[in-house]
Design a binder for this molecule. Structure first.
Ligand SMILES: [Zn+2]
Ligand SMILES: [Zn+2]
Length: 448
């Protein structure tokens, strides 16, 4: 399945856009690290490279990677990224990028050994240097390995920045199987959000006429479906199941890269997670729980909202857009996010304004939705047919399924459900329900 999409290009898609996947090689096998020299040769990479790892991934695979590549005659700079002070591990931030750039010698390529943070940092630094990068994945903890974007912390706010895809991805199933449980839970959580994020994308297409392509969904559908059945094998750390999980992670990254947007894998559930993170950063300068862990919990909440919505035989008339005019937007946002620092609220105002304008421009479309509710409902039902499977799957892994399990208390969870849709222009079930007056009456219930 993956091989078909390597170095892939398509310019006759129904969506009208050209799709490209830059990754040339994905090697998920017990000998992946041993085969690195062959792979570098195959990819025609230069003789001088750098390997980036942190304190932990150095021991897991970093030293072995450096030895193996050096023994094949390559000149390798080994770079260990320091832990962020007070956090106990590195963080993907603008400051960390500067640390690496200051130390990185002139090299032909960069090889990351690690998971989300190390991969994103190598992706960003190599993109800025215009050199290729590859990654040896040490944990199946998130779906961003093969995407072309990075999530980076800038002045306390997590932002998504454009970068490039890895030229190659390597992973040894035995190493993945020994990753800490919380990293595996996070990877599964990030992937299981797909039925709801995809449904949000369909909703956005129908309500706002947003760009949509069926291909990203088709790319991962079968794998995500199989993942629900693979959870028991993942829970007992079966290396073959971990290898399959990694394949789905690779495909999920491809799905975002070819869409040119994270929409196929990031909807309202991701906004809940980002808002929890923003509150926590503002207080403690540290993330709450792993991204995918939060996303898994958040997906259960948005899936429940979809469940309620799909029970409706008819859709009420939409309420007037809030705030009524753009001049009132700034104070409206400020009042809703008073617990966040000003510079964060400024960013939210900008995003809210973009969404407000987009929704306003489509008001006629929205007014017409109650009349076409049966059709819209069937589109949403199709796309979210696996929604009731998310919670049992995470529970089977013994992964957290409720906000309280990641230190989000009920008042914060309620507040986040009410306001997190403001932080990004991305349209989701949360915007839709709010507009039809359904969010407020339902938020308490979904937390039960
Ligand atoms: Zn397309
Ligand atoms: Zn995600």
């Amino acid at each position: 399945m993956i091989d078909r999409y390597l170095n892939w290009q398509r310019n006759d898609c129904v969506c009208g856009r050209e799709h490209t996947i830059e990754t040339s090689l994905v090697w998920i096998a017990p000998d992946a690290i041993d085969e690195l020299p062959h792979a570098l040769q195959l990819l025609a990479l230069g003789r001088r490279g750098a390997v980036l790892y942190d304190r932990i991934t150095r021991a897991v695979a970093g030293e072995r990677v450096v030895d193996r590549v050096r023994s094949a005659g390559y000149t390798v700079q080994a770079l260990e990224l320091p832990d962020r002070r007070g956090v106990g591990h590195p963080v993907c931030s603008v400051e960390a990028v500067a640390v690496i750039e200051a130390e990185l010698e002139p090299v032909d390529w960069l090889l990351a050994v690690g998971a989300g943070t190390i991969n994103d940092l190598a992706k960003m630094v190599s993109f800025r240097r215009s050199i290729p990068f590859a990654v040896v994945a040490t944990a199946p903890s998130m779906n961003g390995y093969t995407s072309s974007i990075v999530a980076i912390l800038e002045a306390g706010v997590k932002r998504t920045k454009p970068a490039h895809q890895p030229l190659a991805v390597f992973a040894e199933p035995n190493i993945l199987a020994e990753a800490p449980a919380r990293l595996i839970h996070a990877g599964v959580g990030d992937l299981l959000s797909k039925p709801v994020s995809q449904t949000d994308w369909v909703l956005s297409r129908e309500v706002l006429g947003e760009y949509f392509c069926p291909l990203p969904g088709e790319l991962v559908d079968r794998n995500v479906d199989a993942l629900f059945d693979d959870v028991a094998a993942i829970a007992r750390r079966d290396p073959a199941a971990l290898g399959r999980l990694m394949e789905t992670i690779v495909l999920s990254g491809f799905s975002m890269a070819l869409a040119g947007t994270s929409s196929p894998a990031s909807g309202g559930e991701h906004l809940l997670s980002h808002y929890w993170d923003m509150g926590r950063y503002a207080r403690d300068q540290a993330p709450l729980a792993l991204h995918g862990t939060q996303v898994g919990i958040a997906s259960i909440l948005t899936a429940r909202l979809y469940e309620r919505l799909l029970e409706l035989e008819s859709l009420p008339a939409p309420r007037p857009l809030e705030p009524a005019d753009e001049a009132g937007l700034e104070s409206w946002v400020q009042a809703r996010h008073s617990e966040l620092p000003d510079f964060v609220v400024d960013g939210i105002i900008e995003q809210s304004r973009a969404k407000w304008r987009e929704v306003r421009a489509q008001d006629e479309r929205l007014e017409a939705l109650p009349a076409s509710w049966p059709m819209l409902r069937s589109m949403l039902a199709d796309a979210s047919s696996t929604r009731h499977r998310i919670e049992p799957a995470l529970a089977e892994l013994a992964a957290p399924v409720r906000p309280e399990q990641i230190a989000v208390d009920r008042p914060s969870a309620l507040h986040t459900l009410r306001v997190c849709r403001d932080i990004r222009s991305r349209y989701s079930i949360l915007d839709f329900l709010a507009r039809f007056g359904l969010l407020e009456p339902w938020v308490e219930d979904v937390l039960e």
